[in-house]
Design a protein around this ligand. Structure first.
Ligand code: AP5
Length: 250
């Protein structure tokens, strides 16, 4: 299945409607992608979205989209969130949950969803369980991506993103066809502000403290699907699909 979602209801909020909001898929997948910053969640989410038709819902992308708004168009809590993000710290749970609750329609999407970067704390995970129950939908699984710290740092320092469509590249591992230009939309590609070394250190520490406990949280719920990250995105994608096949057989 080849589906490209515009994700406008997720990125801009509930006042906007996605062009493909009524597209029905045979089997809507509802998945969470867990893993340290830079492990490749966003890259896998893009590949999974194309294959499964589910929409890629990244909380980091919502914050980055808010960054493009003029100061007066942002709520005070969103402006504060951007400061946390710039430093590499986690945004407070209350702000993140308010933002997700506003976009709860995306969790009912007929195509399913791929949550990337949310939940990130046990409090967020507990709240998500409650929200999904209210919406009468359930998670099919939680993909947990595992990679060494050295490799993660190398990936983050070489990562570049399209400032328009947010497509992800790597200067050596996944370069665009033309240096500095997005293959998909022709816009410039740039380095993320929080990929600077000092912010990366803070992000990895926050991950270790707040997000690692989610592995146990989801293992206890019987939802955890570990995936060892491979040398190339396509290899990791094959392993991800294999983990989901196992899921189908359960
Ligand atoms: P967020 O946007 O979620 O960032 P993150 O979790 O730090 O994850 P990344 O986007 O950095 O990495 P990724 O795993 O998606 O890797 P990618 O595919 O790009 O969050 C940013 C910030 O927002 C947070 O720090 C926080 O402040 C805030 N925030 C967001 N959600 C929050 C929440 N719920 N609660 C509180 N705060 C929140 O890949 C990385 C690089 O590696 C790329 O260059 C890619 O091309 C390359 N690559 C990928 N796969 C491979 C491979 N297999 N082989 C070789 N290279 C590869």
């Amino acid at each position: 299945m080849e589906t490209k979602h515009d994700r406008v209801a997720w990125l801009k909020g509930p006042a906007f409607q996605c062009e493909d909001s009524t597209t029905q898929v045979n089997r809507p997948w509802r998945l969470v992608l867990l893993g340290a910053p830079g492990v490749g969640k966003g890259t896998q989410a893009e590949l999974l979205s194309e294959r499964l038709g589910a929409c890629h819902l990244s909380t980091g992308d919502v914050f980055r989209a808010a960054k493009c708004l003029a100061e007066g168009e942002r709520s005070p809590s969103m402006s504060a969130a951007l400061e946390y993000m710039r430093r590499g710290e986690l945004v407070p749970d209350a702000t993140v949950l308010e933002m997700v609750r506003e976009r709860v329609g995306c969790l009912r999407c007929r195509g399913g969803f791929l949550l990337d970067g949310f939940p990130r704390t046990v409090k967020q995970a507990e709240a998500l369980q409650g929200i999904l129950k209210e919406q009468n939908v359930a998670l099919d699984g939680v993909l947990s991506y595992e990679l060494s710290i050295e490799e993660i740092v190398a990936r983050l320092s070489g990562r570049r993103i399209c400032e328009n469509c947010k497509a992800v590249y790597h200067v050596t591992g996944r370069p665009p066809k033309t240096v500095g230009i997005c293959d998909q939309c022709g816009s410039p590609i740039v380095q993320r502000e929080d990929d600077r070394p000092e912010a990366v250190r803070v992000r990895l520490a926050a991950y270790d403290k707040s997000t690692t406990p989610l592995v146990d949280f989801y293992r206890k719920l019987g939802l955890l699907r570990p995936v060892a990250v491979g040398a190339f995105p396509e290899e990791t994608f094959e392993r991800t699909m294999a983990a989901l096949q196992d899921d189908n057989k359960r």
